[in-house]
Ligand binder design. Structure first.
Ligand code: GDD
Ligand code: MN
Length: 371
């Protein structure tokens, strides 16, 4: 017999709008935001999903406390993971409402435009962007002048390279039909900050509307956007430009590899000139130094969301040495094979280097920085 499940007619209306709020160390800001949402979203069936990456300041506990008295509030506590984009995607995927909004927890985004944004969706928009760069919107005092300049540069690059048609693809404040994100969820990078740009460049054209707002100054807590975010952003641009062929992580791994070559050459120079080493010993030293350098840098940058510490660090280092050694042997093999067919040294060397980059990347993601 068919199991028959009947649920009492819902005590609350079906949720129409989920507001996804990524948070990291925002315990003083989230309660204020929830209260403001309560005021501004009167008459709308909404919920807030705060996605917290296990903030050390205990944001998740504060939110769960709120949720006990306000059924519109929910908290997703992610453990062992970090990343703004990933948090937003998980929040969106946990929603069953037809419309979702993404909004920062730190009160820099102007919640009073939410009803207008929802109205635009009702009028037929797929995506509504809270925009700092259309008439009426400004970046206010929320950004330092260096960051404003960087943000403008990044925006114009994205518009050119990725053919973005609206003004503020870097905004972290937007509303969208949930199905649009569900359709591309697998393609969105988990690392980094640029979730909107990522969604848009992974999707077929969407009917997009911009609503201006003023980016407020942050009053409590601090920004988590650092220079690595910029590196990741450039990676994202190249990655999307290549049609998703090259993942952001691989691009970072490969850049670290290129820096490792410089370290290798510097080390062998110092070893032979200053320490009078033979070429063999100099080369051996340089290989070890370059591999350690690559490991450290990848652990700091490429895999900072899975950073190895303590015993895992040592174990990771050893596996990385092994992976790289195998990669080197393979690259010599492939290089010679290419040279055999086509005796142009730089092409053969490049082929070998590319192969070892791809191999080292694939193998180290399985053995060294495994999930
Ligand atoms: N769950 C989670 N995990 N949340 C995070 C993480 C993380 O790793 N990093 C940051 N957040 C949360 C913060 O707590 C905040 O609510 C929001 O994401 C934005 O982080 P900020 O550190 O305040 O970023 P910002 O103000 O420098 O940058 C904002 O403006 C940029 C435009 O200039 C963001 O909205 C960016 O997305 C936007 O591009
Ligand atoms: Mn902020």
């Amino acid at each position: 017999m068919e199991p028959h499940i009947q649920i009492e007619a819902a005590a609350i209306d079906p949720i129409e709008l989920s507001v996804i709020v990524p948070s990291y160390n925002e315990r003083n800001n989230v309660p204020v935001l929830m209260q403001r949402l309560d005021e501004v979203l009167k008459g709308i069936a909404w919920e807030a999903i705060v996605v917290d990456d296990d903030s050390p300041d205990g944001t998740a506990a504060v939110v769960k406390d709120l949720a006990r008295s306000n059924p519109r509030v929910r908290c997703v506590r992610r453990v062992g993971r970090r990343g703004l984009s990933g948090a937003c995607v998980e929040g969106i995927l946990s929603s069953s409402a037809p419309v979702v909004a993404v909004m920062d927890a730190d009160l820099q985004h102007d919640e009073t435009i939410l009803p207008k944004m929802l109205e635009e969706i009702h009028q037929g928009a797929d995506l509504v962007v809270g925009s700092r760069y259309v008439a009426g919107g400004t970046a206010g005092d929320g950004l330092s002048s260096v960051r404003r300049w960087g943000s403008e540069l990044a925006t114009s690059l994205a518009k050119k390279l990725l053919k973005i048609t609206f003004n503020d693809p870097m905004s972290g404040f937007f509303m969208i039909r949930r199905e649009k994100v569900e359709a591309v969820a697998g393609k969105i990078a988990r690392e980094g900050f640029k979730i909107l740009l990522d969604i848009v460049s992974s999707s077929p054209p969407m009917k997009t509307v911009e609503v201006p707002f003023t980016f407020r100054e942050r009053l409590a807590g601090e920004s988590k956007l650092d220079s690595l975010v910029t590196a990741e952003y450039l990676g994202l641009l190249v990655s999307k430009f290549s049609g998703g062929l090259l993942p952001v992580r691989f691009l970072m791994f490969a850049s670290v590899g290129v820096s490792g070559v410089a370290v290798h050459l510097a080390t062998i120079n110092v070893a032979m000139r200053l320490f009078d080493m033979s070429f063999e010993w100099g080369q051996f030293t340089a290989v070890m130094v370059a591999m350690s350098w690559n490991f450290l840098l990848n652990n700091q940058m490429t895999y900072r969301d899975r950073r190895l510490k303590g015993f895992a660090f040592l174990y990771g280092l050893v596996t990385f040495y092994i992976v790289c050694s195998v990669g080197t042997v393979a690259s010599v093999g492939v290089g010679s094979w290419v040279y055999g067919h086509h005796p142009v040294a730089w092409i053969a060397a490049l082929a070998g280097a590319l192969l070892s980059a791809v191999f080292n990347y694939a193998a180290s993601s399985v053995f060294t920085w495994r999930k």
